[in-house]
Write a protein that binds this ligand. Structure first.
Ligand code: FES
Length: 89
């Protein structure tokens, strides 16, 4: 499964990419979680969503402002869960 859009990745593609990354000592983890791209379609990062939420934007406003959720829609639940987490803090 793609960690960003939730879509299933074909194993034929995934394994060679992971092997290639390991051969070049690439770290597949995001070094800074706040810099994680939550919406790959728009490139919207976690920390930017947090800033917009702190400014009072809801999920629809964040979508209109950033373009998140307006592509494949695969990030919808991740962003909704993240906003729920922020609201509970
Ligand atoms: S990942 Fe496609 S719309 Fe966000």
């Amino acid at each position: 499964m793609c960690e960003y859009c939730g879509k299933r990745i074909q194993v034929k593609i995934q394994r060679p990419v992971i092997r290639l990354a390991k051969n070049f000592n690439m770290n597949l983890e995001t070094p800074n979680p706040s810099q994680e791209v939550m919406c790959t379609c728009s490139g919207t990062k976690r920390d930017y969503i947090q800033v917009l939420f702190a400014q009072g934007m809801d999920i629809q406003a964040i979508s209109r402002w950033t373009g998140a959720l307006s592509g494949c829609g695969g990030c919808e639940w991740d962003i909704a869960d993240f906003l729920k987490e922020l609201a509970e803090q």
